[in-house]
Design a protein around this ligand. Structure first.
Ligand code: AMP
Ligand code: ZN
Length: 485
């Protein structure tokens, strides 16, 4: 593992943090449940995208770029999609209307994910391209006595699996208590769930041994993970809300179809992005879409770059809830500006390995919040070295500073930040601040201290700190600035 500490991950299946051991270090395999493409993704949906991208990057760092397979599906068959298609494209035939909705939404999701600084997963299978695989699993489940047909549906028989409920630690009796028996009279047990349901002429459908129909949601992920990662793979991820029923049912289907003890060895779940203590969600109506945040000026009168949202998320450990506030975005924006200003000091030839403390933090169940703090410390030290210029041997200071800045850039990259890339907003801010700093220097030259101080105070009020110094070569007064945290 070349200099990287042992990777420890919290596993929802065991409720413990333990050392990660891949099934095959040559091909580490991770599956994360992707979006149902009927509408714009909200910034809560951005959390699993970002969290598992950091894990993907870390795994690639540890096992080698070509030794990690990351699959994230696109759910493009779902009753919510049908409803949206009928609403938005009433004039089109249903199939064309559905395609219009799913293609548009999928394109937007991929663009959002890219803007958040996420790498493309190795494979991004669509449910509708894997219907044959789903039918095959359902056939196996029926043949093995784990599924049955009733009232136009094929259902999974939860009582047929001795240890159903292992992930969510629910037992079947608990589930029975909350079940709506009247609606589900055709089910053998209230917890039984749909694998396949028949479609009428106004619904999308595929031919199957049980008639023209469509899959249930859970079977999609069993089929796609099995096809691309195998019957048993390393890591399965998603948000906390997916533990039950979605992941529980994925496990039931895959294990019973393949006769295996586990589906994935490690199950990881990110906490919720919340607004005033409640999960951000479409149904609560308390959501902000990624698109709105990035491309409109609805929020605090400005557009917010994806990397700012990314950092705002990574400032909290992935299993903790995040209370979403604009202050959090402002804090992330200031931190990122500070890192980028430090990165500007980098001369092109300097390179450095990733900081060991950043690696250590990430290897400890993805403690991105600690990695972020460490990056700020490194950036702070780089600035300090800069201001020490001339105090000790200039060459030594220069070398130390280059080392710090190169470490900062390499380590931030592992978290998905390209500090050498300017964002438009940063540039606009920088140009504007530079102009005011220059104006102040002019006032100082003209001995108009009142006006000079006014500029300094206004900048300070905006969180921008000035440092006056002397240019070593010319002896002229120079002023640098940084955004204070
Ligand atoms: P959905 O489209 O609702 O299936 O959600 C897609 C992914 O986003 C799933 O992994 C969800 O668990 C996750 N997710 C949804 N809402 C939130 C939220 N408020 N905070 C964090 N993750 C969420
Ligand atoms: Zn899934």
């Amino acid at each position: 593992m070349g200099g990287t500490p042992e990777l420890k991950l919290y596993n929802t299946l065991t409720r413990e943090k333990s050392v990660f051991k891949p099934i095959d270090a040559e091909n580490v395999r991770m599956y994360v449940c992707g979006p149902t493409v009927y509408d714009y993704a909200h910034i809560g949906n951005a959390r699993p995208v970002i969290v598992f991208d950091v894990l993907f990057r870390l795994l690639r760092h540890v096992y080698g770029e070509s030794h990690v397979t990351y699959a994230r599906n696109i759910t493009d068959v779902d009753d919510k999609i049908n409803a949206r298609a009928l609403r938005d494209y009433p004039g089109l035939p249903l199939n064309a209307a559905i395609r219009a909705v799913t293609e548009k939404t999928e394109t937007q999701f991929l663009e959002d994910a890219r803007a958040l600084g996420s790498l493309e997963p190795t494979v991004q299978p669509r449910a509708t391209d894997n219907i044959a695989e789903m039918i095959e699993i359902i056939e196996r489940l029926i043949a093995r006595g784990h599924a049955y047909q009733a009232s136009g549906e094929v259902l999974f028989d939860t009582k047929s699996m001795a240890d159903y409920g292992q992930l969510s630690k629910r037992n079947l009796d608990e589930q029975q208590a909350g079940a709506r028996v009247a609606v589900d009279a055709h089910k053998k047990n209230p917890g039984d769930f749909v694998l396949w349901k028949l479609s009428d002429d106004n619904e999308p459908g595929w031919e199957s041994p049980w008639g023209r129909g469509r899959p249930g949601w859970h079977i999609e992920c069993s089929a796609m993970s099995g096809r691309y990662l195998g019957d048993v793979f390393d890591i399965h991820g998603g948000g906390l809300d997916l533990i039950f029923p979605h992941h529980e049912n994925e496990i039931a289907q895959s294990r019973c179809a393949h006769g295996t003890d586990v589906m994935a060895n490690v199950w990881m779940h990110n906490g919720f992005l919340q607004v005033e203590g409640r999960k951000m969600s479409k149904s609560e109506g308390n959501f902000v879409t990624i698109y709105e945040l990035l491309h409109t000026e609805t929020f605090a009168g400005r557009q917010w770059p994806g990397e700012v949202l990314r950092l705002a998320m990574l400032m909290t450990h992935y299993r903790e809830p995040i209370d979403f506030t604009w202050n959090k975005l402002i804090e992330a924006s200031n931190t990122l500006s500070k890192w980028k200003r430090a990165a500007e000091l980098l001369s092109s030839q300097s390179t450095a390995p990733i900081d060991p403390q950043v690696l250590k933090a990430l290897a400890d169940d993805l403690s991105t919040q600690r990695a972020v703090q460490r990056l700020s410390t490194i950036a702070g030290s780089a600035f300090a070295a800069f201001h020490e210029r001339g105090a000790v041997s200039e060459h030594e200071v220069e070398q130390e500073q280059q080392m710090l800045v190169a470490t900062l850039v390499a380590s931030a990259k592992l978290l998905g930040f390209d500090l050498l890339e300017k964002t438009e907003i940063d540039e606009a801010v920088a140009v504007e601040v530079d102009a005011r700093v220059k104006a102040r220097l002019e006032f100082l030259k003209a001995k108009n201290f009142a006006e000079a101080d006014k500029i300094r105070d206004t900048l300070a009020a905006e969180g921008i700190q000035l440092k006056d110094g002397k240019d070593a070569a010319t002896g002229e007064r120079v002023t640098t600035w940084e955004i204070k945290r």
